[in-house]
Design a protein. Structure first.
Length: 98
């Protein structure tokens, strides 16, 4: 089926999808102040599943990734990635001298 025949067109449906890796899941759980069991109860999965996600043994299914994104949004969670080493210091910060 071409894009003209689909609604909404495929180009409009494609959005940035947040990838839930082990570090991001662990950071979300820490942000929410939850144990693995509490998070498992929230997501209706086993505690072992949370552990497997956090150790990188498995990744959450696509539908669970959407749920994680909704939970993160509700909790005000923003995952910060370290800036590249060659980035400019923020205003008010001084660059370290070698």
């Amino acid at each position: 089926m071409s894009d003209e025949q689909q609604y909404p067109p495929a180009k409009q449906r494609r959005r940035f999808r947040q990838e839930w890796d082990a570090q991001r899941i662990r950071a979300l759980r820490a942000h929410m102040g939850m144990t693995q069991q509490q998070m498992a109860d929230e997501l209706e999965v086993r505690q072992q599943t949370i552990s497997e996600w956090e150790t990188g043994i498995h990744k959450p299914h696509r539908s669970t990734q959407k749920t994680l994104s909704m939970v993160a949004e509700r909790a005000g969670f923003v995952y910060q990635v370290d800036p590249p080493a060659n980035s400019q210091p923020a205003e008010g910060e001084q660059a370290k001298e070698a």
